[in-house]
Design a protein around this ligand. Structure first.
Ligand code: NAI
Length: 441
């Protein structure tokens, strides 16, 4: 099949590449000429394990290409995926300007039947707006061309995106037309594996499903984070509690880890957008108000612990920070807890020596040559003469650490662990002042 991806970001690029991998012809369109130039020259603008090889292979096979030419891209694909960003507006609702731009462009350049698929995370009712926008644009050209609009939200996780796309738990399709359903069934047939993965429903339910999934996951995290604070005060251990409740199949083990807050390009904005929709329709999701408030506080939890230990005047102090990306295996720093933490430390007069296996170029892009930020080439270099270490992202490489070497480098053997990587009893034995989340220090 011939497919156009509008937007070649995390979702668009992964979707396009995986669809090419199973034999489709894919053209990825982006309005960012630098992104397209990088892709055209064989580079990958984002860090995503396995993606570079897969892009290269499919480009070489002639199944995958990139362009900034809107007309050519729209004319290319029988299926047009809209995978542009939907960042939060000032009031928290999803900003649909890029989605509607894409819809206008489709209407402006389409020359025959198109199935338009919303893959971006969009509020309920967006497919109707996309349909109306295309219809208006077509009408202004004096044309009547047949098209369908479907919803196909994406559930991939950055850092595991290829595997998530190639072996999905489920593929949610929202349509109101048999033609669209059949086309999408055909498109996704190679991803079905051993049992039916397609969950076909009406468009509005599909749009809501994506928000419901992210809001549910964010709720689990905030619940565990607040429970961790209580566990600390009660002399209990959140890790034990996690195991105790996770073993119940009704609860399960996933997304039960207490930590220093969730970030990323999805949970914060999707929780905000769903809250906004819920208020607008008079069915407020009060539980999400608490989820968001709890997470804002949780992103500062390491700073609060650090203030209790070192005070609020941090002039002349230096802190090491391990992990800048919002989670491991990505260089994405959108809404990352590391940013809240670094900015709070700077505001109190401290300097930061940070290390991340892949997100340091992104950190430079965001903060430039910040006078209070040193980026260390190796995790151990960040520790030299630091008053304490803060662990913010649970990269695997941090799990097995050389505690003796760490102690020798740090000015004081103090660790604030926002991801509970180490066993508190071991840390005590090793002579550290260790501050985990929800466990006894
Ligand atoms: P992104 O910001 O990485 O990529 C969006 C791309 O769209 C950018 O490269 C931008 O230049 C391009 N763009 C904007 N307007 C355009 C237009 N009119 N025509 C062509 N290109 C245009 O965003 P990301 O992370 O890929 O997210 C896209 C959507 O997918 C969002 O709605 C997001 O919520 C959703 N999503 C993201 C996931 C993630 O892990 N990043 C997972 C699941 C859904």
């Amino acid at each position: 099949m011939k497919i156009t991806l509008i937007g070649a970001g995390y979702v668009g690029l992964v979707t396009g590449t995986c669809l090419a991998e199973v034999g489709n012809n894919v053209l990825c369109l982006d309005v960012d000429p630098h992104k397209i130039a990088t892709l055209k020259s064989g580079g990958i603008p984002i860090y995503e394990p396995g993606l570079e090889d897969m892009v290269r292979r499919n480009v070489a096979a002639g199944r995958l290409d990139f362009t900034t030419d809107i007309a050519a891209a729209v004319q290319f694909g029988d299926i047009q995926f809209i995978a542009v960003g939907t960042p939060p507006d000032e009031d928290g609702s999803a900003d649909l300007q890029y989605v509607l731009d894409a819809a206008r462009n489709i209407g402006r350049h389409m020359n025959g039947f198109k199935l338009v698929v919303d893959k971006s995370t969009v509020p309920v009712g967006t497919a109707d707006r996309v349909r109306a926008t295309i219809a208006e644009t077509l009408a202004s050209r004096g044309l009547e061309v047949d098209f369908c609009v479907a919803s196909n939200p994406e559930f991939l996780k950055e850092g595991a995106a290829i595997n998530d796309f190639m072996s999905p738990d489920r593929i949610v399709i929202g349509t109101d037309s048999e033609r669209a359903t059949q086309l999408l069934r055909r498109l996704y047939a190679p991803f079905q594996r051993n049992h039916e993965r397609l969950v076909v429903m009406d468009v509005r339910s599909a749009e809501l499903t994506k928000y419901a999934a992210n809001a549910m996951l964010a709720t689990r995290i905030s619940f565990m984070n607040e429970l961790a604070l209580l566990a600390e005060k009660l002399g209990a251990d959140i890790e034990r509690v996690r195991q105790g409740i996770g073993s119940d199949p009704r609860i399960g083990y996933h997304f039960l880890y207490a930590g220093c807050g969730y970030g990323g390009s999805c949970f914060p904005k999707d929780v905000q957008a769903l809250r906004r929709t819920a208020r607008e329709y008079g069915a407020p999701l009060r539980i999400l108000d608490a989820v968001e408030t709890a997470n804002e506080a949780q992103k500062r939890i390491l700073v609060e612990k650090l203030k209790s230990r070192f005070g609020a005047q941090l002039d002349g102090r230096r802190f090491a920070l391990w992990g800048l990306a919002f989670k491991p295996n990505t260089d994405d720093m959108r809404e990352a807890p590391s940013r809240v933490i670094m900015e709070a430390l700077w505001a109190m007069g401290a300097t930061v020596a940070a290390y991340d296996p892949v997100a340091m170029p992104e950190t430079r892009r965001l903060y430039g040559e910040h006078p209070s930020l040193m980026l260390a080439p190796h995790p151990m270099d960040a520790l030299r003469d630091a008053d304490a270490l803060l662990i913010v992202t649970e990269w695997k490489a941090f799990r097995s650490a050389d505690f003796a070497a760490m102690k020798a480098l740090l000015r004081q053997p103090v660790i604030f662990d926002g991801r509970n990587l180490y066993d508190p009893a071991t840390m005590r034995r090793e002579g550290f002042e260790y501050f985990p989340i929800g466990r006894q220090a």
